[in-house]
Design a protein. Sequence first.
Length: 258
Amino acid sequence: MSFFEMRHVIVQFGGLCAVCDFSIALSAGQLVGLIGPNGAGKTTVFNTITGFITPDEGDIFWQGENIRAYPAHRVTASGIARTFQNIRLFADMTVLENVMVSFHYSIQSDFLHAMVGSPKYRRVEAEIREKSRRYLYELGLGHLSSEKAATLAYGQQRRLEIARALATGPKLLLLDEPAAGMNPIETIELAALIRLIRDKYGVTVFLIEHDMKFVMGLCERIKVLDYGKSIAEGTPTEIQKDIKVIKAYLGSGYYAAG
């Protein structure tokens, strides 16, 4: 049994097959990309993994357990976290508070302890605050911990969303277009950050991205979707040379240019 595996997953919306017989296996510690044209079904795959959508057919195995019917909160509690294509932060909360919120899955203090401000609750809260600060400093946001999330630059908001996902303690991290809207320097820094996260925390990373230079330079393996169907899987070099991928997505001038 693989660390993570999707087997013959099908998701249909009415008469449309958004994801058609999708299968993939991830090993612990891998960096894997999922690419394809807009509307290919990539985010639907992520929504299926994370419990926002239950597949019509197929199975999803996570560390030996079939999670295909798990609700989203149970998926997160099991060790899978994600970011979203459209950033979803608590805009009016501080940067630090945004990360602290994610620790609620592991808080052991009950409501009564919180209401009376017991020593147990204060101790747990202090631990969460310290851990949250640590994530922020590692992601280059420590100096902004007291700022409102809404005031951050776009690239910083992306980093904050990753910090918040890491605070849930995942073993599998799904990143939906993490480099979207970033300039070239921010993109290079993000790639280095993702490698650091993988190496330091032992997290497997599965990401969706349209920036091909970013994907090809970061991922060890790439899966390609087109109209809900898998058309190729392989190393970055293999994908860049694949005729089906060139025709469906990369374009005839891509390989020569790359």
